[in-house]
Design a protein around this ligand. Structure first.
Ligand code: ARG
Length: 463
């Protein structure tokens, strides 16, 4: 007799702990429609191939359809003791159709089943994220359209560097989000391979028609190796990486919104919908949504690191560790999607203070590079011009004279080559001068905007 035999209460506690520890139902129930779709396609194929009786296949399919309705109606009785979504559905199928339910799992294992379910789920989630990114890109283009001439400081090291137009700044994010959408679509392609038919890991002794199952489920291909199919999760890593980079980009944008909406900058005002008041300081409008986008970025990175770590030491093929793949995946999706819709809303709803932006550029030494370039135009080597203008900048900083207030006398003291036309170096001339492909000259930015609109239209029509 063991100690547990003597103490039934301890045995019950032990069993409870074991089932709490191993069960995954509280999160994998999100896979119910994928699981049911996979089972229906599998049952149909078993019937067609004569592996099970076609009447039995029909009975199974009907039962599964009923279960789907019960789950979506919220009447399904979940049983955590049954461990996971797959066993919950199979057990309910027994209740509904009796012994025949036992034939569904012919030529199948939970290993190829769960890999299939998760791939279906990732395909959809990746497409949803790409679509949400397109909304953010659309919002950026709408704002950019209004600001192809609005000048603001461009920063390096958060120090005013050179003037740019606001549309150019926004289009920088358009590019980042465009690549993010591409990464999600790559994740979708990575997931678009069907494991069913791999069985537990070695394949199946039954005459399966894997292609027809893949076609019914909308998979582009069937897996080429049964051991790979049940044991790798790199398609989830693709998704988590795409989500991580997207969050990094969103977080940078959020950070800029936070800075720009501060009293010190005052470049933008976020709409009330995306700010909240302080419980003590009545004047405040805190950029909570932007802060939470920034703040939630780490958890998505965490899920990527967690899964990389989960898979790194696993011998082929399936190991229960792999059950840890889903919770982080779901949480990443639950984080990145709302973050994307908040970003789109914030971009569309913000008010731009173009005067404040221009003023910040005006009251600065932001034209220093252009004045050096002016001397270069008079034949001075750039390095020498740089030294002359840096003396000029030092002098005006020391005397508190703004760059805009410098007289010809000041200029001449730095170099005799300065002429009256140096007064024509302005914020507008500076941006207009950056007339290269990819540069901030308003003409170039308008062209880039047109191109971006076409690219977005093309992307939207592929969705
Ligand atoms: N809940 C499991 C998972 O998510 C399903 C597969 C279980 N397979 C097994 N052989 N125990 O990975």
């Amino acid at each position: 007799m063991t100690a547990q035999d003597k103490d039934p209460a301890a045995a019950a506690r032990g069993a409870k702990l074991a089932s709490d520890f191993t069960q995954s139902l509280h999160y994998d129930r999100r896979l119910y429609s994928e699981d049911i779709a996979g089972s229906i396609a599998h049952a149909r194929m078993l019937g067609k191939q004569g592996i099970i009786d076609s009447d039995e296949a029909a009975k199974i399919i009907e039962g599964l359809q009923q279960i789907e309705q019960e789950i979506s109606a919220g009447t399904f009785a979940w049983k955590p003791d049954l461990e996971d979504i797959h066993m919950n559905i199979e057990s309910r199928l027994h209740e509904i159709i009796g012994e025949t339910a036992g034939r569904l799992h012919t030529a199948r294992s939970r290993n190829d089943q769960v890999a299939t379910d998760t791939r279906l789920w990732v395909k959809k989630a990746a497409q949803d994220a790409a679509n949400a990114l397109r909304q953010v890109q659309e919002a950026l283009l709408q704002q950019a359209q209004r600001h192809t001439e609005s000048v603001l400081p461009g920063y390096t090291h958060l120090q005013r560097g050179q003037p740019v137009v606001f549309a150019h700044h926004l289009l920088a994010y358009f590019e980042m989000f465009d690549r993010d959408a591409g990464r999600f679509l790559a994740a979708k392609r990575a997931a678009d391979v069907m494991p069913l038919g791999s069985g537990a890991m070695a394949g199946s002794p039954y005459p399966l028609d894997r292609e027809s199952v893949a076609e019914e489920l909308g998979f582009a291909a069937i897996s080429a190796n049964s051991m790979d199919a049940v044991s790798d999760r790199d398609f989830i890593l693709y998704y988590l990486f795409a989500a991580s980079v997207t969050m990094a980009h969103l977080s940078r944008l959020a950070e800029e919104f936070i800075i720009w909406s501060s009293d010190e900058f005052g470049f933008i005002r976020l709409s009330d919908e995306y700010t909240s008041g302080s419980s003590i300081m009545p004047q405040k409008r805190n950029p909570d949504f932007a802060e939470l986008i920034r703040g939630k970025t780490g958890r998505v990175y965490g899920h990527l690191m967690a899964l990389l770590t989960t898979v790194k030491g696993l011998p082929l093929t399936y190991n229960r560790d792999l059950q840890e793949d889903k919770e982080g995946l779901f949480d990443a999706a639950d984080t990145v999607l709302p973050a994307l819709s908040a970003a789109a809303g914030m971009i569309s709803g913000m008010t731009i203070n173009a005067d404040r932006m221009r003023l910040a550029a005006d009251r600065s030494y932001i034209l220093a590079t252009d004045i050096a370039d002016y001397l270069v135009g008079k034949g001075v080597p750039f390095r020498q011009a740089y030294i002359a203008v840096s003396a000029l900048a030092k002098q005006s900083i020391a005397t508190g004279i703004g760059f805009g207030e410098l007289t010809m006398e000041h200029f001449r003291s730095a170099s005799s080559l300065f002429d009256d036309d140096v007064m024509q170096v302005t914020l507008d001339s500076a941006v207009a001068a950056r007339d290269v492909p990819g540069g901030t000259a308003p003409g170039r930015v308008k062209e880039a905007l047109q191109q971006a609109m076409k690219r977005l239209d093309a992307a939207n029509s592929e969705m």
